[in-house]
Design a protein around this ligand. Structure first.
Ligand SMILES: [Zn+2]
Length: 232
C-alpha cells in the first residue's frame, strides 16, 4: 500500500513538474518584421544639392559682372554697423559663438551705400592706380556690401583686415563654424578668377545655413554654387 501511495505521489509530482514545465512562459517570439513606415524626409534630389530657391533674397549675386539692382534693404545695426535687418539674428549668434569660444569678434563693415563705395574706390585708385584698385575695392555698384548681407569681421583688438587674419584663432574658428550661422567665406584663397576679388579672409557673407553648409563643405564660391542651379 505504502508503495502504491509512493508511486502515486511520484506520478503526481512528475505530472506537476511536467505541467509546470508546460506552463513555463514560452520564449518571447522574435518580433516579426514590422512594415517600414514610409520615409518622412523627402528624397534628396539626384544631384545632392540643397533644396533652396536660388532666387531668394539671400542669394543675390553682386560681383564685378553683376551690379546691384533694386532698392537698399531695410537696415538694422549690429553693434553700431548697419546690415540687412534679416541677418541681424544670425550675425548676433555668430558673434556670440565666437565670443563663447574665447575670441574677440568685431564686425568692421556691413552695408555700404553707393556714395561710400565710390569714395573708397576713388581713394584706392589714387593710391595704387585703377587696374589694381579694381581687384582690391569693388567698383561702385558691384560691392557685395551694397546688399547688407556681407560683414567684414576681424579680431576687435588687432583690427587685422589683411590675409594675416587667416593665422588667427578667430579666423580658424570662423571657418569651422560660420556655416552653422548661415555664413560663408566669400572670397577664398585661389578663387579670385571666379569671384573677381582678392583673397579676403575677413569678408563673410550670409546665405543661410543650408547653402552655407554645402558651400563650405565643398569649398565653393557663391558663383560656383549658384551655377549648379542654372542647368537643373
Ligand atoms: Zn568686405
Amino acid at each position: 500500500m505504502k508503495k502504491l501511495v509512493f508511486l502515486l505521489l511520484l506520478l503526481t509530482l512528475c505530472l506537476g513538474l511536467a505541467a509546470c514545465a508546460a506552463s513555463d512562459p514560452s520564449p518571447a517570439p522574435t518580433p516579426s518584421e514590422k512594415a517600414q513606415a514610409p520615409e518622412e524626409t523627402p528624397e534628396p534630389s539626384d544631384d545632392g544639392l540643397p533644396d533652396i530657391d536660388p532666387n531668394s533674397w539671400q542669394f543675390v549675386l553682386v560681383n564685378p559682372w553683376n551690379e546691384i539692382s533694386g532698392d537698399a534693404p531695410a537696415l538694422e545695426n549690429f553693434e553700431g554697423v548697419p546690415f540687412d535687418a534679416r541677418i541681424i539674428g544670425s550675425l548676433s549668434d555668430f558673434a556670440q559663438g565666437a565670443r563663447d569660444a574665447g575670441y574677440s569678434f568685431r564686425a568692421f563693415s556691413g552695408y555700404r551705400d553707393y556714395a561710400t563705395q565710390a569714395y573708397l574706390y576713388n581713394r584706392k585708385v589714387e593710391q595704387v592706380g585703377e587696374a589694381k584698385a579694381r581687384t582690391i575695392v569693388a567698383y561702385p555698384g558691384t560691392s557685395e556690401h551694397h546688399t547688407g548681407l556681407a560683414a567684414d569681421i576681424a579680431d576687435g583688438h588687432y583690427e587685422l583686415l589683411t590675409s594675416e587674419l587667416e593665422n588667427t584663432g578667430l579666423y580658424k574658428w570662423m571657418v569651422e563654424h560660420c556655416a552653422e550661422y548661415g555664413f560663408i567665406v566669400r572670397y577664398p584663397n585661389g578663387k579670385s578668377d571666379v569671384t573677381g576679388i582678392i583673397y579676403e579672409p575677413w569678408h563673410f557673407r550670409y546665405v543661410g545655413v543650408e547653402a552655407a553648409t554645402y558651400i563650405m563643405e565643398n569649398d565653393l564660391t557663391l558663383e560656383e554654387f549658384l551655377a549648379l542651379y542654372e542647368n537643373r
